[in-house]
Ligand binder design. Structure first.
Ligand code: GCB
Length: 890
């Protein structure tokens, strides 16, 4: 969606949502996001917290205290307590009203205090809670509101561990709600008390059932009218139902009403026809005491005997992505409009499904899914493991119930989930008897959640997502509890080959024919700074990502029994403990953390959205070695047209056919800037085109003729090309050959000797943002030879030393922990000589900077007739180097 289109979509959506809830005379929803002050407090002692004399910081909601500390070099992030304070002034008009505070979420637990009195506790970081504050407010005074929020580890609260960051804070919106004495509510579950179902839908007629939970908080009996009305998108009332109801004093009761709509316009991804259902409570004088608006849509869905998903009677392959809720430099405190934009990006990509993973997300995301026709699943965050305690069980059940009741009326939701990969980290591995009990407790919890979910909402499907270990889930009994089993499959990433994916699908289908099969996750890390000519697993390159997704898409589409598949993930997301090429980030997103489209996104966009498009790959900064002033380069163009023509520097290159949405040319690019234009015609003859400039830096095989307008940059132990923060491209390492330049001797650590393919060390390198440059290295080299012209050069050596506490892969879904490479380095001490002159003496990288820490050494040197000969003399152990930058200064 273009910026303009997107803005008008957001505007329309905002108008629609406004219609939904604020136009009630008696229910006022007042945003309460400003005026907040915040202070961190780790004492966790109530009296010390509220008497804080610390300087309060002004903040605006949404707010998290972890936006930056998850990204810095120190391991961990603040998991403790934060205190928020504000005031509320009760004005005269509010007198006689019920007054509530509604928090859309607080990560992960919260206590609310009004005028120092504790009035509400809430557990769980991803669901809404509502507290009645009216009785605690004093008229004519600034009443103090304090929220004590903590994201400290709590063994009784999911999630316990997971591959995402558990941000703390008041990170979703807050509102003050005023109602009359009689109002709709289900506040024990943070919900508004209206539950809509559509028990029968077809294109000629739809039946609508509305359950309304009403509270009469007055001490008088109330005779009222309950009215439900359905409005078309144009705002026309098309059906209504009214009943007289009676509520005793202080009574809360549920009422039910049925409505009908003739010839409903059905809801689907192609035509997300939304209606509105208005529920009103009216007194005998015709005054509207309360009013709630909800979206309403008519659709029916089921899995047929072949386990194909059918929407409105037609097969629909569910294609999409999962989504986390955080954003670059914001943590999870992300304004709603940016979150809605994610749904637009998924829609634009051609997706029809969003797995809201691994926890419920802002209502705005679900509202956007309703409006744009994106089918969804939502789940609670029981990830990796459980605690076998009654409290953990109760918290999980309550969270599930909150989720169901809070998101019940979103027509886009068709699946409730409740567990993800709970057998990934089986506890008690050394005690099989004890482990059996643990597994049984997981099964019991799953069954309880299943029963509860079916009781709360029999109209939707249930789902658990497993990792690839079919037999283990089978043995524990988790393959037969939920309606759908989701599979998170990563062959070709954590282990195995891309081609294994199809075989794995066939096997699961064979072994579990009776269940619909969804691939709830698949993906590969893609760091958009990394390109490579010959992609291999774990190189984190765009090219490997493309090969992986191409392979998976083929396998998914060629198997009708795969009801759907969701790429992991729509966008990169924060996972503090990850230390790959972008530490603290999981790079499996099709979009970056700030939502720039990677090539993988374009692959999906061209495959699944029929609107014609031509999109040139993002690989626009390149460098290579060439003896001429040109080089033959591979250019990928993503498109859903059949044939494309390429023009480089205004000259036609031959046409290419598009295979699996990619047209590829091996074509000549010149040193410097290259104008690239690609165009093609749709079946209707309409022209579609894209253009870009590819900047190519050519380094001659003999540097004698290199003008050094750009520095020479090389990353050792590396076969990839890396674009740094300044836009410079670092060459893969190159071995010296006569008449040329490069390294002499040594071995590329982690590549040549690794027992499995592995790229570099998965460890955050402290003190740099260019981690990939430091994560690979050449050990034991003798020399570097650069046959540069006469002159004075600035040489920057980049070093980082590793020790043998090798990082285990965080998410090694192969279950085989022993395949990680081990190494044991002795102390490395070496000298560096340039043209015979010792310029660095006794360098011990580990001692000087610490392990896994970037160390740069800069030397200015004059070249001789043979250029620059840089010798590495080992004093102890082996010399090493990670990268080098050579610039000519004179
Ligand atoms: C999974 C997990 C997900 C991880 C993902 C990964 O299977 O369900 O939470 O983020 O793998 O990237 O490893």
């Amino acid at each position: 969606m273009t910026g303009k289109k997107y803005k008008s979509f957001v505007f329309l959506l905002a108008c629609f949502l406004l219609c939904l809830n604020v136009f009630s005379q008696n229910r006022k929803v007042i945003p309460y996001n400003s005026g907040w002050s915040f202070v961190k407090d780790s004492s966790n002692n109530l009296s010390s917290i509220v008497n804080l004399n610390k300087p309060w910081q002004k903040v605006r909601i949404p707010h998290t205290w972890n936006a930056y500390d998850v990204m810095d070099d120190t391991p961990g992030y603040y998991r403790g307590t934060g205190v928020y304070k504000n005031t509320i002034h009760l004005n005269d008009l509010s007198v006689g009203k019920r007054i509530f505070l509604q928090f859309e979420a607080a990560g992960q637990e919260a206590q609310l205090l009004i005028n120092r009195q504790q009035i509400k506790d809430h557990k769980g970081g991803y669901t809404q809670f509502i507290a009645e504050i009216g009785p605690f407010l004093q008229k004519g005074k600034d009443n103090e509101v304090i929220l004590i929020v903590t994201n400290k580890f709590n063994e009784n609260l999911p999630p316990l561990s997971a591959d995402f960051t558990f941000f703390g804070g008041l990170y979703r919106k807050i509102a003050i709600i005023e109602t009359s004495e009689t109002y709709f509510e289900d506040h024990n579950f943070g919900a508004n008390g209206i539950y809509i179902t559509t028990p029968k839908v077809d294109s000629s007629q739809a039946k609508v059932n509305v359950v309304a939970q009403i509270k009469n908080s007055s001490n008088q009996q109330k005779e009222l009218k309950l009215r439900n009305a359905i409005y078309s998108r144009e705002g026309i009332e098309i059906s209504f139902s009214e009943t007289r109801i009676l509520l005793k004093q202080n009574e809360t009761k549920r009422f039910e009403q049925a409505l009908e709509v003739k010839n409903p316009r059905l809801w689907s991804p192609q035509s997300p026809n939304l209606y509105r259902l208005k529920t009103q409570l009216i007194d005998s004088d015709g005054n509207v005491l309360d009013e709630i608006n909800n979206p309403l849509a008519f659709r029916w869905y089921f899995f047929n005997e072949d386990k194909v998903f059918l929407l409105n009677g037609k097969p629909l392959k569910l294609i999409g992505a999962s989504r986390h809720q955080d954003f670059k430099n914001m943590g999870n405190a992300v304004p709603d409009d940016l979150q809605i934009e994610d749904v637009s990006l998924l829609k634009e990509m051609g997706g029809n499904f969003l797995r809201v993973a691994h926890y419920p997300q802002t209502k705005s995301v679900l509202e956007a899914c309703d409006s744009l026709g994106i089918i969804t699943s939502i789940e609670i965050p029981i990830v990796n493991e459980i605690t076998e305690s009654e409290e953990f069980t109760q918290n999980s059940l309550h969270m599930q119930q909150e989720m169901i009741r809070q998101y019940y009326n979103h027509p886009s939701v068709v699946i409730w989930g409740y567990m993800n990969e709970v057998l990934l980290r089986p506890k008690f591995n050394n005690n099989k008897e004890r482990q059996k009990i643990y597994f049984e407790n997981i099964r019991i919890l799953a069954q309880k959640l299943e029963n509860l979910t079916k009781k709360e909402d029999p109209s939707r499907f249930t789902m658990i997502a497993h990792h690839g270990n079919f037999n283990l889930y089978n043995q524990v009994g988790l393959n037969h509890i939920s309606d759908i089993v989701g599979w998170n499959l990563y062959p070709g990433w954590y282990g195995g080959k891309i081609e294994d994916f199809g075989r794995q699908l066939d096997q699961i289908h064979k072994d579990l024919k009776e269940k619909p099969l969804l691939v709830t996750e698949y993906g590969a890390d893609v760091d958009p700074r990394i390109n490579v000519a010959n992609p291999i697993r774990f190189d984190k390159s765009i090219e490997y990502g493309i090969a992986y997704h191409q392979g998976y898409i083929k396998d998914i589409l060629s198997r009708p029994f795969v009801a759907g598949a969701m790429a992991w993930n729509l966008a990169d997301f924060s996972s503090e403990t990850r230390e790959e090429t972008m530490p603290h980030i999981n790079n499996k997103g099709l979009l970056t953390l700030d939502r720039q489209a990677k090539d993988t996104y374009w692959l999906y966009r061209t495959r699944f959205n029929d609107k014609p498009i031509v999109k040139i790959s993002n690989w626009i900064n390149r460098a290579t070695v060439s003896d001429t002033n040109f080089s033959v380069q591979s250019i990928n163009v993503y498109s859903n047209l059949n044939k494309l023509e390429l023009f480089v520097n205004d000259k036609t290159v031959e046409a290419a056919t598009v295979n699996d949405n990619i047209a590829n040319w091996k074509t000549t690019l010149l040193n410097g800037k290259n104008k690239v234009l690609v165009r093609g015609y749709s079946n209707g003859g309409q022209l579609f085109a894209d253009s870009t400039t590819i900047v190519l830096n050519l380094l001659p095989a003999s540097l004698k003729s290199y003008d050094f307008r750009k520095p020479l940059l090389m990353s050792f132990g590396d076969t990839r090309s890396y674009t740094d923060t300044l836009g410079y491209v670092w060459l893969p390492e190159k071995e010296f050959a006569f008449g040329s330049w490069g390294y002499v001797g040594g071995k590329a650590l982690f590549r040549e000797n690794a027992p499995r393919q592995k790229y570099g060390v998965d460890k955050n390198i402290i003190g740099t943002e260019e981690d990939p440059l430091y994560q690979t290295q050449r050990m034991g080299l003798n020399k570097l030879i650069f046959d540069v012209p006469r002159g004075t050069y600035h040489i920057e050596f980049l070093f980082a030393e590793f020790n043998d506490e090798q990082t285990k892969l965080l998410y090694n879904l192969t279950g085989n922990e022993n395949q990680d490479e081990k190494w044991n380095l002795s102390e490395n001490l070496f000298d560096i000589k340039i043209n015979g002159k010792r310029v660095i003496r006794d360098l011990n990288v580990a001692k000087e900077s610490g392990y896994f820490t970037a160390l740069q050494k800069s030397i200015t040197a004059k070249s001789k007739a043979k250029g620059l000969i840089i010798e590495f003399d080992a004093q102890k152990g082996e010399p090493l180097i990670n990268a080098i930058k050579i610039s000519k200064i004179k």
